[in-house]
Ligand binder design. Sequence first.
Ligand code: NDP
Length: 248
Amino acid sequence: MNANIKDKVVIITGASSGLGEATARHLGERGARLVLAARRVDRLEALVAEITAAGGQAIAVATDVSRQADVEALVERAVAHFGRVDVLVNNAGTMPLSPLAKLKVDEWDRTIDINIKGVLYGIAAVLPRFAAQGSGHVINVSSVAGIKVFAPIGTVYSATKFAVRAISEGLRMEAPEGVRTTIISPGAVASELKLHSSDDETAAAVQAFYAANEIPADSVARAIAYAIEQPANVDINEVVLRPVAQEF
Ligand code: NDP
């Protein structure tokens, strides 16, 4: 059951909460060697302690994915500690929702920096290594908002997730031999993401939507594991998963 997951070196960005944290737990139980990245390193260290106490292997690396140097250093740290990288899960993200008319330009900038540039920096950091080793797997977390435009409150967020889909599909077409690419597009999943909106009216609507729909974060962890555990010549290009109750 753990073939193709056990001993793989998996970097997960945004592992300090939500989907990334659940994915770390799930892959840790299945024997992956984990490199956990986020800004809140105290939370990463608590998770590393939990995973290692259960017999797994993990390290924490303080990383801001909007800084290319941090992402380069993250991959170097993974190689220094575990000797290689097999999978990068580009999961870190933010979702400060509001209508365009609110002109929250600083939030637009931050969303683009984290959700788009962070993914590109991750790809830049692993691609030469994956090309040299003739294997590797980039898993990018997009969203159902990367398939349908989440207007009126999520136009910029959707734009970043459409970009993640485009980057992932382009990477699939351009990828060096042996390199796999997967897009994970979830609907409403329990995490801290629903708490990111500074616009009060939007925040209340988002939280009501999540309360009515959300499914646990381990649903995404299992989808990521499914993509990783396939034989090396099988590439799960995309997984879209929603709560059964969710219409959007
Ligand atoms: P959370 O807010 O719970 O987790 C976001 C994670 O991203 C945290 O670990 C956070 O860590 C990290 N992060 C944010 N900014 C940065 C940064 N600059 N550098 C490094 N890490 C950062 O939300 P989710 O778990 O829901 O989000 C994970 C991904 O899933 C995101 O890409 C999101 O867009 C996507 N998604 C989520 C859905 C949902 O309904 N929950 C649905 C569809 C997609 P820290 O703050 O410690 O840096």
